[in-house]
Write a new protein. Sequence first.
Lengths: 252, 303
Amino acid sequence: MVTLTDGSRFGSPYRYPGHRGAPVIRFDNVSKTYPKQNRPALRDVSLEIEKGEFVFLVGSSGSGKSTFLRLLLREERASHGAVHVLGKDLARLSNWKVPQMRRQLGTVFQDFRLLPNKTVGENVAFALEVIGKPRTAIRKTVPEVLDLVGLGGKDDRMPGELSGGEQQRVAIARAFVNRPMLLIADEPTGNLDPQTSVGIMKLLDRINRTGTTVVMATHDQQIVDQMRKRVIELEKGRLVRDQSRGVYGYQH
Amino acid sequence: MRAQFVLSEIGVGLRRNLTMTFAVIVSVALSLALFGGSLLMREQVSTMKGYWYDKVNVSIFLCNKNDKETAANCTKGAVTEAQKQEISSELKRMNIVESVQFETSEEAYKHYKEQFGDSPLAASLTPDQMQESFRIKLKDPERFDVISTAFAARPGVQEVQDQKKLVGDLFNLLNGMNFAALGVMTLMLIVALMLIVNTVRVSAFSRRRETGIMRLVGASSFYIQMPFIMEAAIAGLLGAGFACVLLVSGQYFLVNNWLVDKIDVINFIGWDAVLAKLPLVLAIGLLMPALAAFVALRKYLKV
Protein backbone atom coordinates (compact mmCIF):
# COMPACT_ATOMS: atom_id res chain seq x y z
CA MET A 1 0.00 0.00 0.00
CA VAL A 2 1.26 3.42 -0.89
CA THR A 3 1.48 5.60 2.13
CA LEU A 4 0.69 9.25 1.75
CA THR A 5 2.02 12.28 3.50
CA ASP A 6 0.64 15.77 3.93
CA GLY A 7 -2.54 15.42 1.88
CA SER A 8 -3.69 18.43 3.81
CA ARG A 9 -1.66 20.81 1.66
CA PHE A 10 -4.54 20.94 -0.79
CA GLY A 11 -6.79 22.37 1.86
CA SER A 12 -9.78 20.37 0.69
CA PRO A 13 -11.57 17.91 2.92
CA TYR A 14 -11.15 14.28 2.08
CA ARG A 15 -14.23 13.00 0.36
CA TYR A 16 -15.28 9.43 0.71
CA PRO A 17 -15.21 8.00 -2.82
CA GLY A 18 -18.52 6.19 -2.55
CA HIS A 19 -20.74 9.19 -1.99
CA ARG A 20 -23.77 9.44 -4.22
CA GLY A 21 -24.63 12.19 -6.66
CA ALA A 22 -24.59 12.60 -10.38
CA PRO A 23 -21.84 10.33 -11.69
CA VAL A 24 -18.82 12.05 -13.20
CA ILE A 25 -18.72 9.44 -15.94
CA ARG A 26 -21.53 7.27 -17.19
CA PHE A 27 -21.36 4.80 -20.06
CA ASP A 28 -24.67 3.32 -21.25
CA ASN A 29 -24.15 0.31 -23.51
CA VAL A 30 -21.34 2.05 -25.32
CA SER A 31 -19.86 0.47 -28.42
CA LYS A 32 -17.25 1.94 -30.66
CA THR A 33 -16.31 0.61 -34.06
CA TYR A 34 -13.69 2.52 -35.99
CA PRO A 35 -14.36 3.13 -39.67
CA LYS A 36 -13.36 0.25 -41.97
CA GLN A 37 -13.00 -2.15 -39.05
CA ASN A 38 -15.15 -5.15 -38.40
CA ARG A 39 -14.31 -5.78 -34.77
CA PRO A 40 -15.53 -3.13 -32.37
CA ALA A 41 -12.84 -1.54 -30.20
CA LEU A 42 -15.35 -1.22 -27.39
CA ARG A 43 -18.37 -3.47 -27.07
CA ASP A 44 -21.44 -2.73 -25.02
CA VAL A 45 -19.72 -1.16 -22.03
CA SER A 46 -21.87 0.21 -19.21
CA LEU A 47 -20.46 1.73 -16.05
CA GLU A 48 -20.63 4.67 -13.70
CA ILE A 49 -17.81 6.48 -12.00
CA GLU A 50 -18.75 8.73 -9.11
CA LYS A 51 -17.26 12.01 -8.09
CA GLY A 52 -14.07 11.58 -6.11
CA GLU A 53 -13.35 8.04 -7.20
CA PHE A 54 -9.93 6.75 -8.19
CA VAL A 55 -10.25 4.19 -10.95
CA PHE A 56 -7.64 2.03 -12.62
CA LEU A 57 -8.36 0.98 -16.17
CA VAL A 58 -6.45 -2.19 -16.97
CA GLY A 59 -6.25 -4.65 -19.81
CA SER A 60 -3.77 -5.84 -22.38
CA SER A 61 -2.83 -3.79 -25.40
CA GLY A 62 -5.72 -3.55 -27.85
CA SER A 63 -8.29 -4.23 -25.15
CA GLY A 64 -9.96 -0.84 -25.66
CA LYS A 65 -8.38 1.26 -22.91
CA SER A 66 -7.27 3.98 -25.25
CA THR A 67 -10.63 4.04 -26.98
CA PHE A 68 -12.27 4.37 -23.59
CA LEU A 69 -10.14 7.42 -22.77
CA ARG A 70 -10.62 8.92 -26.24
CA LEU A 71 -14.37 8.69 -25.77
CA LEU A 72 -14.06 10.51 -22.44
CA LEU A 73 -12.10 13.31 -24.10
CA ARG A 74 -14.48 13.27 -27.03
CA GLU A 75 -11.67 12.72 -29.44
CA GLU A 76 -14.00 10.03 -30.75
CA ARG A 77 -17.72 9.58 -30.58
CA ALA A 78 -19.45 6.37 -29.55
CA SER A 79 -20.99 4.33 -32.37
CA HIS A 80 -23.77 3.14 -30.08
CA GLY A 81 -24.87 4.04 -26.61
CA ALA A 82 -24.38 7.22 -24.63
CA VAL A 83 -21.31 8.65 -22.94
CA HIS A 84 -21.95 11.17 -20.18
CA VAL A 85 -19.01 13.11 -18.77
CA LEU A 86 -19.53 15.69 -16.01
CA GLY A 87 -23.26 15.49 -16.61
CA LYS A 88 -23.05 16.16 -20.35
CA ASP A 89 -24.11 13.79 -23.09
CA LEU A 90 -21.08 13.92 -25.37
CA ALA A 91 -23.09 12.78 -28.39
CA ARG A 92 -25.21 15.90 -28.09
CA LEU A 93 -22.36 18.24 -27.31
CA SER A 94 -21.75 20.45 -30.33
CA ASN A 95 -18.21 20.75 -31.61
CA TRP A 96 -17.70 24.31 -30.50
CA LYS A 97 -18.60 23.42 -26.92
CA VAL A 98 -16.02 20.65 -26.72
CA PRO A 99 -13.17 23.00 -25.69
CA GLN A 100 -15.28 24.25 -22.79
CA MET A 101 -15.84 20.66 -21.72
CA ARG A 102 -12.12 19.84 -21.98
CA ARG A 103 -11.25 22.74 -19.70
CA GLN A 104 -12.95 20.81 -16.91
CA LEU A 105 -10.75 17.78 -17.58
CA GLY A 106 -7.08 17.31 -16.96
CA THR A 107 -5.04 14.92 -19.05
CA VAL A 108 -1.68 13.27 -18.42
CA PHE A 109 0.13 11.00 -20.83
CA GLN A 110 2.93 8.50 -20.82
CA ASP A 111 5.08 10.77 -23.02
CA PHE A 112 4.50 13.91 -20.87
CA ARG A 113 3.71 16.10 -23.91
CA LEU A 114 5.62 19.13 -22.74
CA LEU A 115 6.83 21.88 -25.05
CA PRO A 116 10.62 21.45 -25.15
CA ASN A 117 11.33 25.08 -26.00
CA LYS A 118 9.39 26.52 -23.09
CA THR A 119 10.39 26.56 -19.45
CA VAL A 120 8.54 24.57 -16.82
CA GLY A 121 6.63 27.66 -15.75
CA GLU A 122 5.79 28.57 -19.34
CA ASN A 123 4.58 25.06 -20.03
CA VAL A 124 2.10 25.29 -17.19
CA ALA A 125 1.21 28.87 -18.07
CA PHE A 126 0.56 27.80 -21.68
CA ALA A 127 -2.50 25.86 -20.56
CA LEU A 128 -3.88 29.03 -19.00
CA GLU A 129 -2.82 31.37 -21.79
CA VAL A 130 -4.59 29.45 -24.51
CA ILE A 131 -7.87 29.56 -22.65
CA GLY A 132 -7.50 33.30 -22.20
CA LYS A 133 -6.76 33.62 -18.48
CA PRO A 134 -5.51 37.07 -17.48
CA ARG A 135 -1.78 37.40 -16.96
CA THR A 136 -1.99 38.40 -13.31
CA ALA A 137 -3.96 35.25 -12.50
CA ILE A 138 -1.44 33.14 -14.39
CA ARG A 139 1.51 34.66 -12.55
CA LYS A 140 -0.18 33.83 -9.28
CA THR A 141 -1.42 30.33 -10.11
CA VAL A 142 1.60 28.79 -11.84
CA PRO A 143 4.05 28.90 -8.87
CA GLU A 144 1.29 27.64 -6.60
CA VAL A 145 0.57 24.59 -8.67
CA LEU A 146 4.28 23.87 -9.23
CA ASP A 147 4.76 24.03 -5.51
CA LEU A 148 1.90 21.63 -5.10
CA VAL A 149 3.42 18.98 -7.36
CA GLY A 150 6.74 19.32 -5.61
CA LEU A 151 8.57 21.42 -8.18
CA GLY A 152 8.59 24.69 -6.27
CA GLY A 153 11.33 27.00 -7.52
CA LYS A 154 11.95 25.09 -10.73
CA ASP A 155 9.84 27.45 -12.85
CA ASP A 156 12.74 28.52 -15.03
CA ARG A 157 14.15 25.10 -15.82
CA MET A 158 13.72 23.62 -19.27
CA PRO A 159 11.91 20.26 -19.52
CA GLY A 160 15.05 18.67 -20.99
CA GLU A 161 16.95 19.43 -17.78
CA LEU A 162 14.50 17.52 -15.65
CA SER A 163 14.23 13.83 -14.89
CA GLY A 164 11.34 11.81 -16.29
CA GLY A 165 9.52 11.90 -12.98
CA GLU A 166 9.90 15.66 -12.73
CA GLN A 167 8.69 16.10 -16.29
CA GLN A 168 5.62 14.06 -15.48
CA ARG A 169 5.05 16.29 -12.46
CA VAL A 170 5.11 19.28 -14.76
CA ALA A 171 2.54 17.57 -16.97
CA ILE A 172 0.39 16.87 -13.92
CA ALA A 173 0.75 20.48 -12.79
CA ARG A 174 -0.45 21.58 -16.23
CA ALA A 175 -3.37 19.16 -16.10
CA PHE A 176 -4.35 20.26 -12.61
CA VAL A 177 -3.81 23.99 -12.91
CA ASN A 178 -7.45 24.56 -13.88
CA ARG A 179 -8.62 22.49 -10.91
CA PRO A 180 -10.44 20.00 -13.13
CA MET A 181 -13.28 17.81 -11.91
CA LEU A 182 -11.79 14.84 -13.70
CA LEU A 183 -8.18 13.85 -14.30
CA ILE A 184 -7.51 11.36 -17.06
CA ALA A 185 -4.12 9.67 -17.01
CA ASP A 186 -2.99 7.38 -19.80
CA GLU A 187 -0.16 5.25 -18.41
CA PRO A 188 1.42 8.14 -16.53
CA THR A 189 4.09 5.88 -15.07
CA GLY A 190 4.77 3.96 -18.28
CA ASN A 191 8.12 5.67 -18.88
CA LEU A 192 9.25 5.83 -15.26
CA ASP A 193 11.17 3.54 -12.94
CA PRO A 194 9.25 1.99 -10.01
CA GLN A 195 10.65 4.36 -7.42
CA THR A 196 9.66 7.44 -9.41
CA SER A 197 6.32 5.88 -10.23
CA VAL A 198 5.46 5.68 -6.55
CA GLY A 199 6.09 9.40 -6.24
CA ILE A 200 3.79 10.12 -9.18
CA MET A 201 1.11 7.86 -7.71
CA LYS A 202 1.32 9.69 -4.39
CA LEU A 203 0.81 12.92 -6.24
CA LEU A 204 -2.20 11.56 -8.14
CA ASP A 205 -3.63 10.23 -4.92
CA ARG A 206 -3.25 13.62 -3.30
CA ILE A 207 -5.02 15.22 -6.24
CA ASN A 208 -7.76 12.62 -5.87
CA ARG A 209 -8.18 13.59 -2.24
CA THR A 210 -9.06 17.13 -3.22
CA GLY A 211 -12.20 15.67 -4.77
CA THR A 212 -10.92 15.30 -8.30
CA THR A 213 -11.97 12.07 -9.93
CA VAL A 214 -9.00 10.21 -11.39
CA VAL A 215 -9.21 7.66 -14.19
CA MET A 216 -5.89 6.03 -14.92
CA ALA A 217 -5.10 3.51 -17.60
CA THR A 218 -2.08 1.45 -16.65
CA HIS A 219 -0.06 -1.69 -17.17
CA ASP A 220 1.74 -1.34 -13.87
CA GLN A 221 0.71 -4.34 -11.80
CA GLN A 222 2.65 -3.30 -8.72
CA ILE A 223 0.95 0.07 -8.48
CA VAL A 224 -2.56 -1.31 -8.94
CA ASP A 225 -1.97 -4.00 -6.39
CA GLN A 226 -0.53 -1.56 -3.88
CA MET A 227 -3.15 1.16 -4.19
CA ARG A 228 -6.18 -1.06 -3.84
CA LYS A 229 -8.52 1.20 -5.72
CA ARG A 230 -11.40 0.40 -8.01
CA VAL A 231 -10.22 -1.62 -11.01
CA ILE A 232 -12.01 -1.82 -14.33
CA GLU A 233 -10.67 -4.43 -16.71
CA LEU A 234 -11.31 -4.48 -20.43
CA GLU A 235 -10.66 -7.44 -22.65
CA LYS A 236 -11.20 -7.33 -26.40
CA GLY A 237 -13.46 -4.34 -25.93
CA ARG A 238 -15.65 -5.88 -23.26
CA LEU A 239 -15.88 -4.91 -19.65
CA VAL A 240 -14.85 -8.12 -17.89
CA ARG A 241 -14.21 -6.94 -14.35
CA ASP A 242 -15.29 -4.02 -12.19
CA GLN A 243 -13.97 -4.44 -8.71
CA SER A 244 -13.69 -1.98 -5.87
CA ARG A 245 -10.36 -2.24 -4.04
CA GLY A 246 -9.18 -4.60 -6.75
CA VAL A 247 -5.85 -5.93 -7.93
CA TYR A 248 -4.29 -5.90 -11.38
CA GLY A 249 -5.41 -9.36 -12.41
CA TYR A 250 -4.66 -13.02 -12.37
CA GLN A 251 -3.36 -13.83 -15.79
CA HIS A 252 -0.50 -11.36 -15.87
CA MET B 1 -1.92 39.33 -23.08
CA ARG B 2 -3.70 37.19 -25.61
CA ALA B 3 -2.75 39.51 -28.42
CA GLN B 4 0.89 39.36 -27.45
CA PHE B 5 0.78 35.60 -27.19
CA VAL B 6 -0.84 35.26 -30.60
CA LEU B 7 1.59 37.73 -32.18
CA SER B 8 4.62 35.84 -30.92
CA GLU B 9 3.15 32.61 -32.28
CA ILE B 10 2.64 34.25 -35.68
CA GLY B 11 6.18 35.62 -35.70
CA VAL B 12 7.58 32.16 -34.97
CA GLY B 13 5.43 30.61 -37.68
CA LEU B 14 6.40 33.14 -40.34
CA ARG B 15 10.09 32.84 -39.59
CA ARG B 16 9.97 29.07 -39.56
CA ASN B 17 8.55 29.04 -43.08
CA LEU B 18 10.55 31.95 -44.43
CA THR B 19 11.01 30.65 -47.99
CA MET B 20 7.41 29.56 -48.26
CA THR B 21 6.21 32.89 -46.88
CA PHE B 22 8.37 34.67 -49.42
CA ALA B 23 6.86 32.62 -52.24
CA VAL B 24 3.37 33.42 -51.01
CA ILE B 25 4.16 37.14 -50.84
CA VAL B 26 5.58 37.23 -54.37
CA SER B 27 2.76 35.27 -55.97
CA VAL B 28 0.08 37.25 -54.16
CA ALA B 29 1.83 40.49 -55.17
CA LEU B 30 1.99 39.53 -58.83
CA SER B 31 -1.55 38.23 -59.06
CA LEU B 32 -3.01 41.25 -57.29
CA ALA B 33 -0.93 43.67 -59.38
CA LEU B 34 -2.35 42.01 -62.49
CA PHE B 35 -5.81 42.17 -60.98
CA GLY B 36 -5.49 45.88 -60.22
CA GLY B 37 -3.92 46.52 -63.62
CA SER B 38 -6.76 44.83 -65.42
CA LEU B 39 -9.31 46.81 -63.40
CA LEU B 40 -7.52 50.01 -64.37
CA MET B 41 -7.31 48.96 -68.01
CA ARG B 42 -11.04 48.32 -68.06
CA GLU B 43 -11.60 51.74 -66.60
CA GLN B 44 -9.29 53.23 -69.19
CA VAL B 45 -11.26 51.57 -71.99
CA SER B 46 -14.56 52.81 -70.67
CA THR B 47 -13.14 56.32 -70.34
CA MET B 48 -12.02 56.19 -73.94
CA LYS B 49 -15.36 54.91 -75.17
CA GLY B 50 -16.94 58.14 -74.09
CA TYR B 51 -20.59 58.84 -73.50
CA TRP B 52 -22.17 57.40 -76.65
CA TYR B 53 -20.06 54.38 -77.53
CA ASP B 54 -22.14 51.64 -75.94
CA LYS B 55 -25.46 53.41 -76.49
CA VAL B 56 -25.47 54.01 -80.25
CA ASN B 57 -24.17 52.52 -83.45
CA VAL B 58 -24.16 55.47 -85.84
CA SER B 59 -23.57 59.18 -85.37
CA ILE B 60 -24.57 61.79 -87.92
CA PHE B 61 -22.52 64.90 -87.27
CA LEU B 62 -24.11 68.11 -88.50
CA CYS B 63 -22.31 71.10 -89.86
CA ASN B 64 -21.28 73.77 -87.45
CA LYS B 65 -20.71 77.34 -88.51
CA ASN B 66 -16.97 76.82 -87.98
CA ASP B 67 -16.85 73.89 -90.37
CA LYS B 68 -17.31 76.04 -93.46
CA GLU B 69 -13.63 76.07 -94.37
CA THR B 70 -12.48 72.81 -92.85
CA ALA B 71 -15.08 70.26 -93.97
CA ALA B 72 -15.84 69.58 -97.62
CA ASN B 73 -19.53 68.82 -96.98
CA CYS B 74 -20.16 72.01 -95.12
CA THR B 75 -19.30 74.67 -97.64
CA LYS B 76 -22.89 75.94 -97.54
CA GLY B 77 -22.55 76.81 -93.87
CA ALA B 78 -24.11 75.56 -90.70
CA VAL B 79 -27.04 73.19 -90.69
CA THR B 80 -30.49 74.83 -90.70
CA GLU B 81 -33.51 74.00 -88.54
CA ALA B 82 -35.40 72.73 -91.61
CA GLN B 83 -32.60 70.34 -92.51
CA LYS B 84 -32.51 69.02 -88.98
CA GLN B 85 -36.27 68.48 -88.99
CA GLU B 86 -36.08 66.65 -92.29
CA ILE B 87 -33.30 64.30 -91.18
CA SER B 88 -35.00 63.65 -87.89
CA SER B 89 -38.37 62.73 -89.35
CA GLU B 90 -36.76 60.62 -92.05
CA LEU B 91 -34.73 58.70 -89.48
CA LYS B 92 -37.83 58.04 -87.44
CA ARG B 93 -39.57 56.62 -90.48
CA MET B 94 -36.80 54.11 -91.23
CA ASN B 95 -37.66 50.71 -89.74
CA ILE B 96 -34.04 49.63 -89.19
CA VAL B 97 -33.65 52.45 -86.68
CA GLU B 98 -34.44 51.57 -83.11
CA SER B 99 -34.01 54.97 -81.53
CA VAL B 100 -32.71 58.42 -82.37
CA GLN B 101 -31.34 60.99 -80.00
CA PHE B 102 -30.36 64.52 -80.81
CA GLU B 103 -27.27 65.88 -79.12
CA THR B 104 -27.10 69.64 -78.89
CA SER B 105 -23.77 71.38 -78.93
CA GLU B 106 -24.17 72.10 -75.20
CA GLU B 107 -24.57 68.39 -74.48
CA ALA B 108 -21.72 67.53 -76.81
CA TYR B 109 -19.53 69.95 -74.90
CA LYS B 110 -20.55 68.39 -71.61
CA HIS B 111 -19.83 64.84 -72.78
CA TYR B 112 -16.54 65.92 -74.28
CA LYS B 113 -15.54 67.47 -70.99
CA GLU B 114 -16.43 64.28 -69.18
CA GLN B 115 -14.32 62.20 -71.51
CA PHE B 116 -11.25 64.38 -71.89
CA GLY B 117 -11.43 66.19 -68.61
CA ASP B 118 -8.81 68.84 -68.20
CA SER B 119 -6.59 67.93 -71.13
CA PRO B 120 -5.23 71.00 -72.96
CA LEU B 121 -7.32 70.16 -76.02
CA ALA B 122 -10.56 70.26 -74.05
CA ALA B 123 -9.65 73.44 -72.24
CA SER B 124 -9.50 75.47 -75.45
CA LEU B 125 -12.98 74.42 -76.55
CA THR B 126 -16.21 76.35 -76.13
CA PRO B 127 -19.75 74.91 -76.43
CA ASP B 128 -20.49 76.71 -79.71
CA GLN B 129 -17.57 75.01 -81.39
CA MET B 130 -19.13 71.59 -80.79
CA GLN B 131 -21.11 69.91 -83.50
CA GLU B 132 -24.71 68.97 -83.12
CA SER B 133 -25.41 65.35 -83.94
CA PHE B 134 -28.00 62.63 -84.29
CA ARG B 135 -27.12 59.52 -82.32
CA ILE B 136 -28.81 56.50 -83.81
CA LYS B 137 -29.25 53.04 -82.42
CA LEU B 138 -29.90 50.40 -85.06
CA LYS B 139 -31.89 47.24 -84.67
CA ASP B 140 -29.09 45.48 -86.56
CA PRO B 141 -25.70 47.17 -86.05
CA GLU B 142 -24.45 45.75 -89.39
CA ARG B 143 -26.84 47.97 -91.38
CA PHE B 144 -24.66 51.03 -91.02
CA ASP B 145 -24.33 51.45 -94.80
CA VAL B 146 -28.05 52.15 -95.18
CA ILE B 147 -27.79 55.20 -92.97
CA SER B 148 -24.51 56.19 -94.57
CA THR B 149 -25.84 56.18 -98.16
CA ALA B 150 -29.04 57.94 -97.15
CA PHE B 151 -27.50 60.84 -95.26
CA ALA B 152 -23.81 61.22 -96.07
CA ALA B 153 -24.40 63.56 -98.98
CA ARG B 154 -27.21 65.57 -97.36
CA PRO B 155 -26.75 69.29 -97.07
CA GLY B 156 -25.95 70.16 -93.48
CA VAL B 157 -24.44 66.73 -92.73
CA GLN B 158 -20.76 66.81 -92.13
CA GLU B 159 -20.13 63.14 -91.61
CA VAL B 160 -21.88 59.83 -90.91
CA GLN B 161 -19.73 57.81 -88.57
CA ASP B 162 -19.84 54.12 -87.77
CA GLN B 163 -19.07 54.21 -84.08
CA LYS B 164 -17.58 50.73 -83.80
CA LYS B 165 -15.38 50.93 -86.84
CA LEU B 166 -13.65 54.04 -85.60
CA VAL B 167 -12.01 52.68 -82.48
CA GLY B 168 -13.25 49.11 -82.46
CA ASP B 169 -9.87 47.59 -83.27
CA LEU B 170 -8.16 49.45 -80.47
CA PHE B 171 -10.77 48.38 -78.00
CA ASN B 172 -10.57 44.81 -79.20
CA LEU B 173 -6.84 44.93 -78.59
CA LEU B 174 -7.28 46.42 -75.14
CA ASN B 175 -9.98 43.93 -74.27
CA GLY B 176 -7.75 41.11 -75.45
CA MET B 177 -4.94 42.37 -73.27
CA ASN B 178 -7.37 42.64 -70.42
CA PHE B 179 -8.47 39.04 -70.83
CA ALA B 180 -4.85 37.92 -71.04
CA ALA B 181 -4.07 39.81 -67.84
CA LEU B 182 -7.08 38.23 -66.14
CA GLY B 183 -6.01 34.79 -67.32
CA VAL B 184 -2.47 35.20 -65.98
CA MET B 185 -3.92 36.64 -62.80
CA THR B 186 -6.14 33.60 -62.34
CA LEU B 187 -3.17 31.30 -62.76
CA MET B 188 -1.04 33.30 -60.34
CA LEU B 189 -3.91 33.34 -57.90
CA ILE B 190 -4.24 29.57 -58.05
CA VAL B 191 -0.49 29.25 -57.51
CA ALA B 192 -0.73 31.63 -54.56
CA LEU B 193 -3.61 29.71 -53.02
CA MET B 194 -1.87 26.37 -53.43
CA LEU B 195 1.24 27.82 -51.84
CA ILE B 196 -0.82 29.07 -48.93
CA VAL B 197 -2.47 25.70 -48.47
CA ASN B 198 0.93 24.03 -48.51
CA THR B 199 2.41 26.57 -46.11
CA VAL B 200 -0.42 25.99 -43.71
CA ARG B 201 0.07 22.26 -43.99
CA VAL B 202 3.77 22.48 -43.19
CA SER B 203 3.09 24.98 -40.46
CA ALA B 204 0.38 22.84 -38.88
CA PHE B 205 2.66 19.82 -39.02
CA SER B 206 5.62 21.57 -37.42
CA ARG B 207 3.40 22.85 -34.63
CA ARG B 208 1.32 19.74 -34.07
CA ARG B 209 2.79 19.35 -30.59
CA GLU B 210 1.61 22.80 -29.53
CA THR B 211 -1.77 22.45 -31.17
CA GLY B 212 -2.23 19.01 -29.64
CA ILE B 213 -1.59 20.43 -26.18
CA MET B 214 -3.83 23.41 -26.89
CA ARG B 215 -6.60 21.03 -27.82
CA LEU B 216 -6.10 18.99 -24.65
CA VAL B 217 -6.28 21.95 -22.32
CA GLY B 218 -9.42 23.20 -24.01
CA ALA B 219 -8.30 26.07 -26.23
CA SER B 220 -11.11 27.00 -28.59
CA SER B 221 -10.65 25.97 -32.19
CA PHE B 222 -10.72 29.63 -33.17
CA TYR B 223 -7.83 30.27 -30.81
CA ILE B 224 -5.86 27.33 -32.19
CA GLN B 225 -6.48 28.28 -35.79
CA MET B 226 -5.98 32.01 -35.47
CA PRO B 227 -2.15 32.06 -35.63
CA PHE B 228 -2.22 30.05 -38.86
CA ILE B 229 -4.91 32.24 -40.41
CA MET B 230 -3.13 35.40 -39.32
CA GLU B 231 0.11 34.12 -40.79
CA ALA B 232 -1.52 33.65 -44.16
CA ALA B 233 -3.31 36.99 -43.86
CA ILE B 234 -0.11 38.84 -43.01
CA ALA B 235 1.79 37.22 -45.89
CA GLY B 236 -1.13 38.10 -48.15
CA LEU B 237 -1.24 41.65 -46.89
CA LEU B 238 2.49 42.07 -47.53
CA GLY B 239 1.93 40.73 -51.04
CA ALA B 240 -0.96 43.14 -51.54
CA GLY B 241 1.27 45.96 -50.30
CA PHE B 242 3.82 45.08 -52.98
CA ALA B 243 1.02 44.91 -55.55
CA CYS B 244 -0.01 48.44 -54.55
CA VAL B 245 3.59 49.63 -54.93
CA LEU B 246 3.67 48.03 -58.39
CA LEU B 247 0.41 49.72 -59.41
CA VAL B 248 1.44 53.13 -58.12
CA SER B 249 4.86 52.95 -59.74
CA GLY B 250 3.22 51.72 -62.94
CA GLN B 251 1.00 54.77 -62.97
CA TYR B 252 3.90 57.06 -62.11
CA PHE B 253 6.59 55.74 -64.45
CA LEU B 254 4.59 54.17 -67.26
CA VAL B 255 1.59 56.46 -67.60
CA ASN B 256 2.42 59.82 -66.06
CA ASN B 257 6.06 60.03 -67.16
CA TRP B 258 5.91 58.26 -70.49
CA LEU B 259 2.57 57.52 -72.14
CA VAL B 260 1.09 60.92 -71.42
CA ASP B 261 3.95 62.56 -73.27
CA LYS B 262 3.82 60.13 -76.18
CA ILE B 263 0.07 59.99 -76.76
CA ASP B 264 -1.86 63.17 -76.13
CA VAL B 265 -5.21 62.36 -77.74
CA ILE B 266 -6.09 59.86 -75.01
CA ASN B 267 -7.24 61.05 -71.63
CA PHE B 268 -5.40 58.69 -69.33
CA ILE B 269 -6.86 57.68 -66.01
CA GLY B 270 -5.41 59.63 -63.12
CA TRP B 271 -4.22 59.06 -59.58
CA ASP B 272 -7.75 59.05 -58.20
CA ALA B 273 -8.59 55.94 -60.23
CA VAL B 274 -5.40 54.17 -59.15
CA LEU B 275 -5.75 55.10 -55.50
CA ALA B 276 -9.38 54.00 -55.50
CA LYS B 277 -8.28 50.47 -56.45
CA LEU B 278 -5.71 50.11 -53.65
CA PRO B 279 -8.13 49.43 -50.76
CA LEU B 280 -9.78 46.71 -52.83
CA VAL B 281 -6.41 45.13 -53.63
CA LEU B 282 -5.41 45.25 -49.95
CA ALA B 283 -8.73 43.79 -48.81
CA ILE B 284 -8.49 40.91 -51.26
CA GLY B 285 -4.86 40.34 -50.32
CA LEU B 286 -5.87 40.10 -46.69
CA LEU B 287 -9.06 38.09 -46.91
CA MET B 288 -8.33 35.59 -49.63
CA PRO B 289 -5.24 33.99 -48.07
CA ALA B 290 -7.01 33.97 -44.71
CA LEU B 291 -9.91 32.11 -46.27
CA ALA B 292 -7.56 29.69 -48.03
CA ALA B 293 -5.76 29.05 -44.75
CA PHE B 294 -9.06 28.47 -42.98
CA VAL B 295 -10.11 25.91 -45.58
CA ALA B 296 -6.70 24.23 -45.45
CA LEU B 297 -6.84 24.04 -41.64
CA ARG B 298 -10.07 22.11 -41.77
CA LYS B 299 -8.13 19.44 -43.57
CA TYR B 300 -4.75 19.52 -41.88
CA LEU B 301 -5.44 20.59 -38.32
CA LYS B 302 -7.75 18.54 -36.19
CA VAL B 303 -9.39 20.64 -33.53
